[in-house]
Ligand binder design. Structure first.
Ligand SMILES: [Zn+2]
Ligand SMILES: [Zn+2]
Length: 264
């Protein structure tokens, strides 16, 4: 067992995943309030002050909401790109008393290590300053994470290929979104090349990047308004079946409560 992780929650109301491996423990995205992050960590048996890093993908509130206060409160450094740090307003936040404990700037394509965990950020097409996903490796285990992306760009495909465990956005059912209550401008944003991934596109991408090694897939960032866990699951299963392949075990991530622990 080289990497263990638990999804504390996923969706437009907040994203956070706790990853352990090689003696280190990091929080990938911190999109709940500091108080909620603490509660969800404790609910899965992790004391908040035992984290070694907060690793943030982009500045949208559902990924960074509690990051500054958590970083300050528990003296945990925050890792994100320089552009994300600026766009989140964290660079000048110190004067208002909401700065981070420490910031470490990361760059897409440049791997770094936290304890025995090796993290490689990769560029993701999304409407934020400099959005990244992450490939995480430890002792031969490999985990791929991409939660907010408008389309299946090449760096995403390369980074997610051949992982033991994958966590990919399966945001919406296109028909539900089209017929749903969102204003037209929001629908266009979600459907756009820098918005969010629909079930069918996610399913095709998963089939392309999953190999015999890929045992589990977590379907993430499901829209509460424009998707249902069954629809996301069905789309993924159908695509593996269509290609004559056995699907890995599929888990829809929930917004309201943490998942169980997964191994990679
Ligand atoms: Zn998001
Ligand atoms: Zn986003």
């Amino acid at each position: 067992m080289s990497i263990r992780l638990v999804v504390l929650g996923s969706g437009s109301a907040g994203n956070a995943t706790c990853i352990e491996g090689g003696g280190a423990r990091v929080l990938l995205d911190a999109g709940f309030s500091c108080r909620e992050l603490q509660a969800r960590l404790r609910a899965v048996g992790v004391e908040p002050q035992r984290l070694d890093a907060l690793v943030i993908t982009h500045e949208h509130a559902d990924h960074i909401r509690g990051a500054a206060l958590f970083s300050q409160t528990h003296k945990v450094p925050l890792y994100c790109t320089a552009a994300t740090f600026r766009a989140a307003g964290l660079a000048r936040a110190g004067i208002h008393g909401h700065g981070v404990f420490a910031h470490v700037a990361v760059e897409p394509g440049m791997a770094f290590e936290i304890g025995g965990l090796r993290l490689r950020p990769f560029s993701v097409p999304h409407d934020a300053a400099d959005t990244v996903g992450y490939a995480v490796e430890c002792d031969g285990g490999r985990f791929g994470y991409a939660t907010d992306l408008g389309h299946d760009a090449m760096p995403v495909r390369e980074a997610l290929r051949n992982c033991d465990l994958l966590m990919l956005e399966s945001n919406h059912d296109v028909e539900m979104l089209r017929r749903g209550p969102y204003p037209q401008v929001v629908k266009e944003r979600v459907l756009g090349r820098h918005g969010h991934l629909d079930n069918e596109t996610a399913a095709a991408l998963l089939c392309d990047v999953a190999t015999d090694r890929t045992r589990r897939i977590i379907l993430a960032h499901l829209s509460r308004t424009n998707n249902r866990p069954e629809l996301a699951l069905k789309a993924a299963r159908r695509e593996f079946e269509r290609r004559g392949r056995k699907a890995p075990v599929l888990h829809p991530a929930a917004q309201a409560a943490p998942s169980g622990w997964f191994d990679a």
